[in-house]
Design a protein around this ligand. Sequence first.
Ligand SMILES: [Ca+2]
Ligand SMILES: [Ca+2]
Length: 194
Amino acid sequence: MKKFLLLTLLAALTACSGHTIVVADVDLLSLAGDTAGLSGDLTVPGSIQVYVPDADDNLTTPDGGYLVDGLPTLDDLYGFGVELTVAVENTGSGPLTFSADFRLASAADSTNIYDGLDDVSLASKTITLDPGESGQVELAATLERGDANLALISDQGFRVGVSLAASGTTSVHYQLTAFRVIAEQRPFDLIPPP
Ligand SMILES: [Ca+2]
Ligand SMILES: [Ca+2]
């Protein structure tokens, strides 16, 4: 009877193994907190770069970003995805160039997820805005099974953040309006080895 139940369970899981289940679905906007710099105003007589979510009380210094942990132990992650949107308004009287660069880093990369060591850029985009003009930067990226960058994600978790760069002779208001990361696993892969 026990064997029958096990076989039934295996059959059921095998049948749905083409699907994935979400093991992490994180809305950074609700978790990062008010001090993380999710919105702000910058004056750009030249260029300025800020790092969001801020983890060391200084927006202009790179840091460890946001640590997503508490994941189930995973041998082989099936997929990872991020969606990030920054609303931008050129609030000054000169031209503005604004760019965003999303980073994924290992949980251990606690001091700088923007230096290319133990971290990677998964998506970046640049827009230009005339005085008074508004726009948005939308970033999206997915990693599928077998992608070497998935090695950054472990049972210790992973880190995420975005660097925002503004240049021109104006001022800018920015606000992150979406920041969601998803990690997926196939149900069959969650069965522990015998
Ligand atoms: Ca910082
Ligand atoms: Ca690093």
